[in-house]
Ligand binder design. Structure first.
Ligand SMILES: *Cc1c(COP(=O)(O)O)cnc(C)c1O
Length: 235
């Protein structure tokens, strides 16, 4: 099978799983959009799906690499919503604010203040999400839920920023019920903190767990390897 066909089949499969899961969601928090995580994808594969009109939200986690890719006219002509989902180093903040529509991984007031200053300078409203940490492990970024909620409230006072939801990465757990419980706690906070009459996103779920995440109310699952690596390793 050719590479283009495998890629579109992968995307079809992911979208189908999302559609089934969103029908199963007990109380949908809103329409679900897929974020295609392009950080490890080859340029030619991203272009295949862009040219087919299949990508709307994309996620990147390295500023320099993303900047080089998405300012290249070959990519820049496609109107996609660009999300930064990695750990943002402060010395890359200015460049990130120029390129991205969303920074989904805000986890400190000092970072938010810096993004705010850059956004104001550019006359831009930058959308941001606060990253919630779902484990006690120190290696995970993000803030424990209650601190994340406090930060989201503080960000509403900063000019140039529009805070519009929570992002979280689930820990690897064997117990599906435990995973659902973690997603549910974030979802409940999200419903309380972000009213449905404004733009809002709840970004839970990656290749390993996006079906469960969408069933639990995620509106912006982030899928990379199930689109760009599945069945493609030896091509
Ligand atoms: C890489 C990444 C993803 C995508 O992971 P896959 O398992 O490849 O789907 C999603 N979210 C974040 C924050 C990531 O860094």
């Amino acid at each position: 099978m050719c590479r283009e066909k495998i890629l579109t089949d992968n995307l079809d499969r992911v979208e189908k799983i999302i559609s089934l899961a969103s029908h199963k969601a007990a109380a949908p928090s809103g329409a679900v959009s897929l974020m295609a995580v392009t950080k490890y994808a080859q340029d030619k594969d991203v272009l295949t799906l862009l040219a087919a009109g299949r990508l709307h939200h994309v996620g990147e986690s390295r500023v320099q690499q993303a900047y080089a890719r998405w300012t290249n006219p070959v990519f820049a002509k496609y109107p996609v919503v660009k999300h930064f989902i990695g750990h943002l180093q402060k010395n890359k903040a200015a460049k990130a604010v120029m390129l991205f529509d969303f920074i989904d991984s805000v986890d400190s007031l000092s970072l938010a203040e810096m993004l705010s200053r850059h956004a104001v300078k550019l006359g831009k409203t930058l959308k941001v999400m606060v990253q919630v940490k779902l484990t006690d492990k120190d290696t995970q970024s993000g803030l424990p839920l209650e601190q994340a909620r406090a930060l989201a409230k503080q960000i509403t006072a900063l000019p140039g920023l529009a805070v519009c939801g929570y992002m979280a990465i689930a820990p690897q757990v064997d117990d599906a019920q435990q995973l659902r419980g973690l997603f549910r706690t974030v979802r409940q906070a999200f419903e309380e903190d972000f009213p449905a009459d404004k733009e809002r996103w709840l970004s839970l779920g990656m290749s390993a767990d996006f079906a469960v995440a969408v069933e639990e109310g995620s509106t912006l699952p982030r899928v990379g390897s199930d689109i760009f690596a599945r069945n493609l390793e030896d091509l």
